[in-house]
Design a protein around this ligand. Structure first.
Ligand SMILES: Nc1ncnc2c1ncn2[C@@H]1O[C@H](COP(=O)(O)OP(=O)(O)O)[C@@H](O)[C@H]1O
Ligand SMILES: [Mg+2]
Length: 334
């Protein structure tokens, strides 16, 4: 009998993590299928790292059930870990060792024989575009190279599931694109990935499906395009004008609207018929002798979905105070 749970890379049921009385992850449910890239998208403090750590067996569950490749993380962590590659949020390379040594030392943790470890090291460094740095001390590498090395190191045991916790946070755009390119190639080779990020661009580019999380709760789940489709439609029309008219504008445009929201002094109108919406709005503005100080029609993205769901922006969130209170727990965050 095929066991359905075996076809899943991850099955989380009512997964819960508390720190004292504080609930960081609140009864979340999701499944990750083999071969897909599954995203946890949410602002700082959403609970992404807490979920990732439970999956790679670094942090015990407070409650719920967590199966990885059909095995219970609470009883079979050792067997599971052999199949995992982990890229933690914080760089944890050995800065005094060379690039090559970092991989070889890591290989010993998985009991990989030295000759195989050496072959894999060569292959991985070539794949990660680090061959020229094989004998460099890690401390001498750029941030982007270190991150590629950390990802490469996570591949040493040829993992079936790669867990990436904010793989590009703190990298410049060029280094970020280098990482994305490699992750796409890994996906094409069939590696299952769980990726946490607070960059919507990253989630859109890499994830087949994702959950949007905030304050430990799942707000929405789906493919990036389905989430955009169902929450905000294709087009966003941003408008700044006399805000006492916003309710009237929303009412006037309602036959074409998917939804709308008011952020500060900006009214955002969402629709699947962007140009018709512009035309309809123009009529209203003309009739009311209003001249907007700002108007722009643009395609929607996951940020709009997040904004719609939470009233917050993804990259800043509302958690700045938490970050400073953490006293360094989040070093290196944008
Ligand atoms: N070891 C810990 N002790 C106490 N609180 C923690 C600990 N780790 C995380 N938290 C809290 O749990 C929440 C979720 O954190 P985290 O999972 O790191 O979020 P994210 O990775 O999405 O930024 C945050 O409010 C954070 O302050
Ligand atoms: Mg985190």
């Amino acid at each position: 009998m095929p066991d359905n749970s075996m076809t899943k890379a991850i099955l989380a049921e009512n997964l819960t993590k508390r720190f004292g009385t504080f609930t960081a992850v609140n009864e979340v449910n999701f499944s990750v299928f083999r071969g897909e890239c599954f995203g946890l998208l949410g602002p700082n403090g959403a609970g992404k790292t807490s979920i990732a750590r439970m999956i790679f067996g670094f942090s015990p569950l407070t409650n719920g059930k967590l199966l990885v490749f059909g095995k219970d993380i609470q009883t079979e962590a050792r067997k599971i870990k052999a199949k995992l590659g982990v890229v933690a949020q914080e760089d944890n390379l050995d800065p005094e060792l060379t690039v090559k040594e970092n991989l070889l030392v890591y290989a010993t943790y998985f009991g990989i024989p030295p000759s195989a470890a050496l072959q894999r090291t060569t292959d991985i460094l070539s794949f990660m575009d680090l061959s020229a740095k094989i004998n460099s001390i890690v401390d001498e590498l750029s941030g982007g190279m270190k991150r590629r090395l950390t990802i490469g190191r996570a591949l040493i045991n040829q993992p079936e599931l790669l867990i990436l916790d904010e793989p590009t946070t703190g990298l410049d755009p060029y280094a970020r694109h280098m990482v994305w390119q490699r992750l796409r190639q890994l996906k094409e080779k069939g590696t299952t990935m769980l990726l946490t990020t607070h960059y919507l661009e990253e989630a859109s580019q890499l994830c087949d499906r994702l959950i949007i999380i905030n304050d430990g709760n799942i707000l929405a789940e789906g493919t990036p395009s389905a989430l955009i489709e169902s929450y905000v439609g294709h087009s966003a029309l941003e408008l700044e004008t006399d805000n006492s008219k916003y309710t009237e504008i929303e009412h006037w445009c309602s036959p074409l609207l998917k939804t709308s929201q008011n952020i500060g002094n900006t009214l955002i109108l969402y629709s699947d018929q962007g140009q018709n919406l512009v035309d309809r709005l123009t009529t209203f503005l003309g009739n009311n002798r209003l001249t907007p100080s700002y108007q722009r029609l643009r395609p929607t993205n996951l940020e709009d979905v997040f904004l719609k769901l939470t009233g917050k922006t993804l990259e800043t969130g509302d958690l700045q105070s938490d970050i400073s209170e953490e006293g360094g727990y989040y070093h290196g965050k944008a």
